[in-house]
Design a binder for this molecule. Structure first.
Ligand SMILES: O=C(O)c1cc(=O)[nH]c(=O)n1[C@@H]1O[C@H](COP(=O)(O)O)[C@@H](O)[C@H]1O
Length: 302
């Protein structure tokens, strides 16, 4: 068995364009939709597939076949594969490879965060070219401090990869942490969420290199109150624009038709994620569900 770390580190980094540029051209071609490939138990059952790694494999590959050439971005949430252990990881490898071979950008929804030295190993796993789980971008958790991101941030530049830092998550429980305000001396500072978004935007500006979109995005749920969170959408829309990965549409209640109202100046940079809202229709209903979602998005951005 070859050693993946050896193999990957021996491979010279290809001159891949920056993730932000790849994202910008993908969104120009296919629009904003990102399909979350999340094999929930009830979805596997509804699709007539076994609740196992074999079922998750079939589920992932069938979805990718349907998306190729119509949608630009996918976001497999790795927990739904991890639960099947080593076989689940093999499935993830196949799903990532099939998606990337089909020309889809893959955002690995891993939500990793840790002390910097450990986070470095996570980013080796998910962002290094040639590694078995190589994706185009990963979600990353900044609640041990944005400065723990040093290595993954470097990798975005080195390998043309992307990061999406959790800023304002879509779940209602998030407000108690993310709306909290930091204290600077005797002054009340930014909210936790606003501070993270501002750091991502600053990084993108410091690494602008003539790009239209930055490679470091933020996760902002479509269900959140941006004003309460004190998130500056104008700052995020200052070139190079900071991409926003927005879950919360469909099953969690936000309406895709409202994307411009919710995100204001940053709406053009929003990756509209939907998983259960589309996949609940089964394989036979997926084409129609995607067409409908694409049509709503087209109207929303007309
Ligand atoms: O990072 C994420 O993708 C994420 C962040 C967040 O704030 N909320 C959220 O729902 N997600 C993920 O986005 C997906 C939402 O799925 P649906 O609610 O089925 O569309 C799941 O994979 C979640 O893990």
């Amino acid at each position: 068995m070859s050693d993946p770390i050896e193999t990957a580190s021996n491979t010279a980094a290809p001159a891949t364009p920056a993730f932000g540029e790849r994202l910008a051209s993908t969104m120009d071609k296919y629009g904003h939709l990102c399909v979350g490939i999340d094999p929930h138990t009830y979805l596997l059952e509804r699709w007539g597939l076994p609740v196992s790694a074999v079922g998750a494999h079939e589920f992932g590959l069938r979805i990718i076949e349907k998306l190729a050439g119509r949608v630009g971005i996918v976001k497999p949430q790795v927990a739904f594969y991890e639960r099947f252990g080593a076989n689940g990881y093999r499935v993830l490898e196949d799903v990532f490879t099939a998606a990337r071979d089909a020309g889809l950008l893959v955002i690995a929804d891993v939500k990793r965060g840790d002390v910097g030295s450990t986070l470095e190993a996570y980013s080796e796993a998910w962002l290094t070219p040639g590694m078995p789980l190589e994706a185009d971008a990963m979600t990353i958790n900044p609640y041990q401090g944005f400065d723990t991101f040093k290595k993954p941030l470097e990798m975005t530049e080195q390998y043309g990869k992307g990061l999406f830092a959790l800023a304002a998550t879509s779940n209602p429980e998030s407000a108690s942490v993310q709306t909290a305000r930091r204290v600077r001396g005797t002054q009340e500072g930014r909210t936790v969420a606003g501070g993270i978004a501002a750091r991502a935007a600053l990084w993108n500006r410091e690494h602008a290199e003539g790009r239209t979109k930055g490679s470091v995005g933020v996760v902002i749920g479509a269900t959140v109150d941006l004003e309460r969170l004190d998130i500056d959408v104008d700052d995020l829309a200052t070139e190079p624009d900071t991409p926003i990965l927005a879950p919360g549409f469909g099953h969690q209640g936000a309406d895709v038709a409202d994307v411009r109202r919710i995100f204001g100046a940053s709406a053009p940079n929003v990756i509209v994620n939907s998983s259960r809202g589309l996949l609940q229709h089964g394989l036979e209903g997926l084409d129609a569900a995607i067409d409908e979602q694409l049509a709503v998005l087209e109207r929303a951005f007309a």
